[in-house]
Design a protein around this ligand. Structure first.
Ligand SMILES: *Cc1c(COP(=O)(O)O)cnc(C)c1O
Length: 424
């Protein structure tokens, strides 16, 4: 589903599933993230259906949206999880997820991260360097465990996406270079408290073509052949995540077509049938399943521009400021007055604090706007910059709305801070 399939107009009022967004703003205030249960589940199920009958695990990459309710929905639907911190692991466990379906990615796992993951019994560590192999081996030795590991290979594939979200190129910090991979696997196999299970990659995010995924898969298969020839057997290939969504008319392959192409390629390879396949999709599961609901505080005209100053800002949705990202903007009440071209900006004291530029809108001060496709990398990248309490989060399910995160209070902003002692 695109945002437009669950967020649509009835009598010029924008609804989230069957709930008027104006009602959500009245009940929960703004800014508020609004997610569609049906859209999240439909996206996950399209992957799950495409993988049905295959040896495959579709993981959800938590960093896209780590609200407990979102995790729980996906855990109940059978998803695995891709995590990058002990905090994300704690969220999976708190939401009732199964550690045996968790893969632990990330380039800088701390000792505490590794201990927590071993204690929970995660499915696999996706290891990114030789020193990390040594560290996991040492810690597993102290707990009497054998840690299941996969090595992340940097396949030097250009995902054709924004440089900040492209991770498979040689100059990135991620993964182990292709030419060092075999030696790294040999090191891993020699360490007594590690059990080598797989090989993984993740080439970037918001990828809108199938070809880069297949190029990365070909590299993993070629490498798997050499690793097996060296006497190290593997049981899974993990292709990471990165499938893009429609923000501004992009036409990424469907979830089904991507997985079908990957399974076909694997089936055609002599070694391919041996391996379980794993995936780690974030954005493609939740990105189009959320909007950011915000209210216009002021309409401000300058000699050169008109601004809609809204109560959401770069601290709530950082993607425009960080990646120059484009998000659609829908008025919650459709008016038939003339449109004016606005920049939609927030109250934060930065020129980078904008959500959308040059958008024709027929709006008045006090009107509500829905910022589209904000379900991924929205709330999870939010901050308290300018001492702004973070937004509420609401999950809609048909005509019901569940508050799944309270708006932060002013007191919570400094609850962990301490005033100076009197003598200081
Ligand atoms: C961020 C990330 C993902 C998810 O990426 P999406 O583009 O949201 O699908 C998967 N795997 C790893 C290792 C990541 O860092």
């Amino acid at each position: 589903m695109s945002t437009m399939q669950w967020c649509r107009y009835r009598n010029d009022q924008l609804l989230a599933e069957d709930v008027p967004l104006a009602e959500l703003a009245a009940e929960f205030g703004t800014p508020t993230y609004v997610y569609s249960k049906a859209a999240i589940l439909a996206a996950y199920r399209e992957f799950a259906l495409a993988a049905e009958g295959r040896r495959a695990l579709v993981c959800y990459a938590l960093k896209a949206n780590s609200n407990l309710a979102v995790i729980e929905l996906l855990a109940r639907a059978g998803a695995g999880f891709d995590i990058v911190s002990a905090g994300e692991l704690a969220r999976v466990l708190a939401a009732g997820g199964d550690a045996a379906k968790v893969v632990f990615s990330g380039v800088g796992k701390s000792e505490a991260d590794i201990r927590a993951a071993l204690a929970a019994g995660v499915r696999c560590f996706n290891v990114e360097s030789e020193p990390e192999l040594e560290r996991i081996n040492a810690i597993a030795g102290t707990t009497g465990q054998r840690a299941r590991i996969s090595l992340r290979i940097n396949p030097d594939v250009d995902a054709g996406t924004h440089p900040y979200i492209s991770t498979g190129l040689r100059e990135n910090k991620f993964g182990i270079a292709h030419e060092r991979a075999l030696a790294a696997f040999e090191l891993a196999a020699s360490l007594p408290h590690l059990e080598v299970q797989g090989i993984d990659c993740h080439i970037g995010s918001q990828i809108t073509e199938i070809a880069p995924f297949l190029a990365a898969l070909d590299e993993l298969l070629e490498l798997a052949g050499r690793i097996e020839a060296a006497g190290i057997s593997l049981s899974h290939l993990d292709l990471g995540g990165g499938l893009g969504i429609n923000y501004q008319g992009e036409q990424p392959p469907s979830r089904r077509d991507l997985l079908a192409a990957i399974f076909a390629r694997v089936a055609a390879h002599p070694l391919g049938r041996r391996y379980e396949l794993m995936f780690e999709f974030g954005r493609a599961i939740v990105g189009n399943a959320g909007v950011l609901l915000t209210r216009i505080e002021y309409l401000k005209s300058t000699p050169v521009k008109d601004f809609a100053v809204v109560d959401a800002a770069m601290n709530d949705l950082m993607r425009p400021a960080l990646y120059d990202a484009w998000h659609g903007v829908l008025p919650v009440l459709r008016r038939d007055s003339a449109q004016v071209i606005y920049d939609v900006v927030g109250p934060v004291c930065e020129s980078g604090d904008w959500l959308a530029r040059n958008r024709p809108l027929a709006v008045q001060a006090g009107d509500l706007l829905a910022i589209e496709s904000a379900g991924a990398y929205g709330m999870t990248m939010s901050s308290n910059y300018n001492s702004r309490p973070r937004a509420a989060e609401v999950l809609v399910d048909g005509d019901r709305a569940l508050l799944v995160r309270h708006r932060e209070t002013l007191e919570s902003l400094y609850a962990l801070e301490r005033r100076l002692p009197p003598e200081a």
